[in-house]
Design a protein around this ligand. Structure first.
Ligand code: PLP
Length: 257
C-alpha cells in the first residue's frame, strides 16, 4: 500500500486568463515548478489576449465564498497568493481565509494590464490598499501600481507610505519602468532595503508579475526565509522570461516549466 503525501499547498486566489499567460494558470505552473501544489479559487473571468484586456467579469460571491469554505475545511494551506480581485465583496471573504490560515500571504495588487487595460476600478484599488495590504506579509506591486496605491511618485516614498499603513514588506518591481536594467526594490518596515538588478530582456511580457508572486508564495510555503525565497523566485522568473513563449501576436509569456 502506498501512503499519499502532499507537497506544501499554496492557496491561489486569482483571475482567469484564457490565454494562459497570467492569472491562475500562471500561478499553477509557477507553484508546481517550485515543488509545491496550487489550490485555485477564481475571482474573475476575463476576456483578453496577449495584447490587452477587454473585459473582467467577477465570480459570484456565494460560489467564491463556498469554494474557499470547503477548501479550508479540507486542506492545510502553507501560503496564500492573492492576485486580481473580482469585486470589493470578495475582500471580507479573503480576510477571513487569511485569518483562519495564519500563513505567509503574498499580495500581487493587480490594477492595470501591461497593455494598458483597467483590471481594478478605483473602489477596488482602495479596498486593496486599505484592507488587503495590511493583511499581507509582502506585496509585489510594479512601479505604476505602487504609485497608484500610495499616491507617491517614487518607489522610496511609495514604500514609506505603504509600509506605514499596510504590509510588513514590499517588493516594488521595475519591469514596467524605462530603466536600462530591471530594478526590483525590497523594503522592510524595520528599515532594511535591498536593490535587485536583472538584465532587461528586449521584448514585452505578459504574466511576469503573477509568475513572480506565485513563485515567491511557493518558496515561502516550502519554508524558505524571505531573503532566500526572494532571490530564488526572481531567478526563476528571469529564467522563465529567457525561454518565453510567443502564443499570440502580442507580448510573450513566461516559459514556466
Ligand atoms: N489577467 C489576469 C487574470 C491577471 O492576474 C493579470 C495580472 O496580474 C493580468 C491579466 C495582466 O498581466 P500583465 O500586466 O502581465 O499583462
Amino acid at each position: 500500500m502506498t501512503t499519499a503525501s502532499s507537497p506544501p499547498l499554496v492557496l491561489c486566489i486569482s483571475g482567469h486568463d484564457p490565454g494562459g499567460g497570467a492569472g491562475l494558470q500562471a500561478d499553477i505552473e509557477a507553484v508546481g515548478a517550485q515543488g509545491a501544489h496550487a489550490l485555485g479559487v477564481i475571482t474573475a473571468l476575463t476576456v483578453q489576449d496577449t495584447r490587452n484586456v477587454r473585459r473582467v467579469e467577477p465570480v459570484a460571491i456565494d460560489i467564491f465564498a463556498d469554494q474557499l469554505e470547503l477548501l479550508l475545511a479540507d486542506s492545510r494551506i502553507a501560503a496564500i497568493k492573492l492576485g486580481l480581485l473580482g469585486s470589493t465583496a470578495q475582500v471580507p471573504v479573503i480576510l477571513d481565509a487569511i485569518a483562519r490560515c495564519r500563513v505567509p500571504v503574498v499580495l500581487d495588487p493587480v490594477l492595470r494590464a501591461g497593455g494598458g487595460g483597467t483590471l481594478a476600478a478605483d473602489a477596488t484599488a482602495r479596498a486593496i490598499a486599505d484592507r488587503l495590504l495590511p493583511a499581507a506579509t509582502i506585496a509585489t506591486p510594479n512601479a505604476d501600481e505602487a504609485r497608484r496605491l500610495s499616491g507617491e511618485p517614487t518607489p522610496a516614498a511609495a514604500a514609506a507610505r505603504l509600509l506605514a499603513t499596510g504590509c510588513e514588506q514590499l517588493l516594488i518591481t521595475g519591469g514596467d519602468e524605462a530603466t536600462t536594467e530591471v530594478e526590483n526594490r525590497w523594503y522592510h518596515r524595520d528599515g532594511r532595503e535591498i536593490l535587485f538588478r536583472w538584465p532587461r530582456l528586449p521584448q514585452g511580457f505578459h504574466g511576469a508579475g503573477c509568475t513572480l508572486a506565485s513563485a515567491l508564495a511557493a518558496r515561502l510555503a516550502l519554508g524558505e526565509a524571505m531573503n532566500v525565497a526572494l532571490d530564488r523566485a526572481q531567478r526563476y522568473v528571469h529564467t522563465c522570461l529567457e525561454r518565453a513563449l510567443q502564443p499570440g501576436r502580442g507580448r510573450a509569456i513566461p516559459g514556466r516549466w
